[in-house]
Write a new protein. Sequence first.
Length: 244
Amino acid sequence: MATRLRPERLGYLHELHASLDAQDADWEAVLALDGADPALLPATLAADPRVRVLGLPRAVGAACARNLAVNLARGKALTWADDDDVIPRFSLSSRLHHLNNTGLGWVAGYSADLHDDGSLHLWRCPVPPGRHEPGAVWAYWPTPRHTIPIGPTTIMARTHLWSAIGGMGGLVQGEDYCALKVTHLAAGELLPQVVYHYRKHARQLTKQADYDELENAARLFAWRSGNDLAGVLGPRPRTGLRDV
């Protein structure tokens, strides 16, 4: 988890930590302070031995902060979270169960938008539930302008696979699009279960005035990078893909 410990987001970080504490699986979190003052870290997180803190001397952006945090990850499976979102009950254990009992490389699920009034609205991604062979997920992202095939923060994958794709690249935004490339390296499964609550609020990055300035370029880079990786790896199911 990357964070700048901004005051208006600390309450959300508390809720994220509480949602992790409520999980019925063993976990360890790496919290990358993206140029933030460690003294601002809430006491509840600082006192939790399951939260490992990576202090970075200057702001480097979410992609770099997350990638450097992988250096501290000691688990065999890894997933991501934004500092303003929530992990629902049984999210970790259900995905871990499938990883441990199927030999798959990754397991994902649905996400639900979490609104200020507490209501949840399901986001059903384009990829259907079930098993998907390496490369098959990309068939559901025909052009960079289309909806991404799976919510990146819903993906739990074996840690070495995240390293193999270069984590989240180095984009200043849209970095999680690059995480979708992990589906090229191993078979996986999409569970018909909500495993992530994506908070909608006025201060999130996607709501900022300058967000659209780089969005198309970030999408294009990630999409092309995924296509090129598919080409290097060899024939894969790519129905629906076309050049741009």
